[in-house]
Design a protein around this ligand. Structure first.
Ligand SMILES: Cc1ncc(COP(=O)(O)O)c(C=O)c1O
Length: 435
């Protein structure tokens, strides 16, 4: 066998185009990439590519950067931890900060009674473990999820995901005992959800064999669709009646994005388990499952964990994130920025008839693009607005089952001037595409 070659020097040629070509040759197409530029550095809500071009970041690494890129306090916490140790594997030699982070999370999550928390690395891993915990605690197997849901890309998580392209196509068969019903986001879909659930219990699985119902309080990838408050009450009632666990997937909604630390606080209903990730650790890799202590203790010792689960650097970052969120009052700021954005988009909609629904919870805000005559989703227009904004240096993400939604995921720490600059870039992109 040949000895591994030295990596090619970064110096020649260090351009976006050159790295783009090397990416195509060296990495599989399945890892789809939106940008054709490569990041060099970032600060709060701005990033710069390797050719020195500046972008305003309204994507936040897909909802990970509620405290912004490289927040000084998060950076300092990671640097301090780096001086002490980087890995022991919590299950081999535990560290106190894991325990104290669990205590802090347990104290703030909307869970009834005493709570416990276990840490993992990714959102999908949190979802996988929530399913294991629910099955172990109930000794049941069925799981119910919703159309349009996104719960991750690992095999069980993707089986819960309610969107075929591009997430599920070609990856089956999926684990059995996973069922989907329509997501109740308005009166019509609520009616449909109730009928589907009734039919499911008659045709496919009896409620006494269902371990859990898992839902996103606001569907993220599915289009920033807040669940109807009455539907959350309905789900809680259904779960209570049949001994089913209610799991809120707050991977994208959590940590101040919706104007509260957790979106479930808007609904006055407490889930049995919650999954957390993304903005919990300021851009480092950390996720969690938390929930009622008795449920969390369902799996036997050794049933949960992972070599890197609850990594010390990420745990240190998460402590700093919780401090920053309190000190900088990021829930209040999310609400203020979200209100400002909703008002801005509503004003745009009055002028641009291709803007359809404008919706959101706190700063989890999105707008749809539709055909002004038929109201049909317009994915092409959405893409054109996204690309026109990118040309002008504003990074935006789309979402939605019909790919016709633009979502806004700026850091909640964004400076007012940068936020307003981002909106004026969006206005210019819209004007160009609508012209
Ligand atoms: C609601 C929700 N759950 C789970 C996941 C999966 O998280 P990860 O990509 O970290 O595995 C995501 C990712 O976007 C998400 O939005």
């Amino acid at each position: 066998m040949n000895a591994p070659q030295k990596p090619e020097s970064l110096s020649a040629p260090h351009t976006n185009a050159a790295w783009h070509q090397r990416r195509l040759a060296a990495t599989p197409r399945g890892v789809g990439v939106f940008g054709d530029f490569f990041i060099e550095r970032a600060k709060n809500a701005e990033l710069w590519d390797i050719e020195g071009r500046r972008f305003i970041d309204f994507a936040g690494g897909i909802a990970v950067l509620n405290t912004g890129h490289v927040h000084p306090k998060v950076q300092a916490a990671i640097a301090a931890q780096l001086q002490r140790f980087t890995h022991s594997c919590y299950q081999v030699v535990p560290y106190a900060e894991y325990v104290s982070l669990a205590e802090r999370i347990n104290a703030i999550v909307p869970i009834d009674g005493p709570a416990k928390t276990a840490f993992f690395s990714t959102g999908a891993e949190a979802i996988e473990n929530a399913m294991k915990i629910a099955r172990a605690a109930t000794r049941r197997s069925g799981i119910i999820a919703f159309g349009g849901a996104f719960h991750g890309r690992s095999l069980f998580a993707v089986s819960l995901t309610g969107k075929v392209q591009p997430y599920k196509a070609g990856f089956g068969p999926f684990p059995p005992e996973v069922y989907h019903v329509p997501f109740p986001m308005h009166a019509d879909s609520f009616e449909l959800a109730k009928q589907s659930m009734e039919h499911l219990f008659k045709a496919d699985i009896e409620p006494a064999r269902v371990a859990a119902i898992v839902f996103e309080p606001v569907q993220g990838e599915g289009g920033f669709n807040p669940i109807l408050p009455a539907a959350v009450q309905w789900l809680r009632g259904l779960c209570d009646a049949h001994g089913i666990l209610l799991i809120a997937d707050e991977v994208q909604t959590g940590f101040a994005r919706t104007g509260r630390m957790f979106a479930m606080e808007h609904y006055g209903v407490k889930p049995d388990l919650m999954t957390l990730a993304k903005s919990m650790a300021g851009g480092t890799t950390l996720s969690a499952v938390c929930g009622r202590a008795a449920v969390m203790d369902g799996p036997a010792p050794g049933g949960l964990g992972g070599t890197y689960a609850g990594h010390p650097l990420a745990v240190a970052a998460a402590h700093a994130v919780l401090d920053v969120m309190a000190e900088e009052k990021l829930c209040e700021r999310a609400q203020r920025l979200g209100d400002q954005l909703i008002a801005y988009l509503a004003a745009k909609r009055a002028v641009h008839k291709r803007i359809g629904d404008v919706r959101g919870l706190g700063a989890m805000v999105a707008c749809e693009f539709v055909d002004p005559k038929t109201g049909a989703p317009d994915a092409e227009m959405t893409k054109r607005v996204q690309m026109a904004a990118l040309q002008r240096g504003l990074l935006l993400l789309t979402c939605g089952v019909n790919a016709n939604v633009i979502r806004f995921l700026f850091p909640l720490t964004i400076e007012d001037a940068v936020f307003e600059e981002g909106l004026s870039v969006f206005s210019a992109a819209l004007a160009e595409v609508a012209a």
